[in-house]
Ligand binder design. Structure first.
Ligand code: ZN
Length: 118
């Protein structure tokens, strides 16, 4: 079991984002609570082969993901199997966001479309 990543969430409407805001950008609410991030879909991936001042060996895989409620994040990917666009992932926090591949449901394998975002 992977511990989910938590993110500040508006108590009124559920909008999530960092840094924690004074007022919710969606509804203007001012009450916040930490809530787990929903699963996400990979938009794009890349490999980081060099950091400032050094070579990264083995290369780090970075993914741009969009959560089921429409927030986008950059996440690290530690698994050996490669991610590709449209893959489903769950997110955890380990010194930064980490993407973990989700097993495809029978509905997803059957090619069902899923609506993303609002
Ligand atoms: Zn709100």
């Amino acid at each position: 079991m992977i511990a989910p990543a938590f993110m500040p969430a508006c108590v009124s409407c559920g909008w999530q984002g960092r840094p924690r805001r004074i007022w919710c950008p969606t509804c203007g609410g001012a009450a916040w609570a930490d809530a787990p991030l929903p699963d996400a879909t990979v938009i794009a991936t890349t490999q980081v082969r060099r950091h400032l001042g050094g070579v990264v060996d083995p290369p780090e895989v970075i993914a741009l993901v969009i959560t089921d409620d429409g927030a986008t994040f950059i996440a690290r990917f530690d698994d050996a199997s490669p991610l590709k666009p449209k893959d489903r992932v769950s997110l955890s926090f380990d010194g930064g966001l980490v993407a973990h591949p989700r097993r495809k449901s029978s509905r997803a394998r059957a090619g069902a479309k899923r609506k993303l975002g609002p």
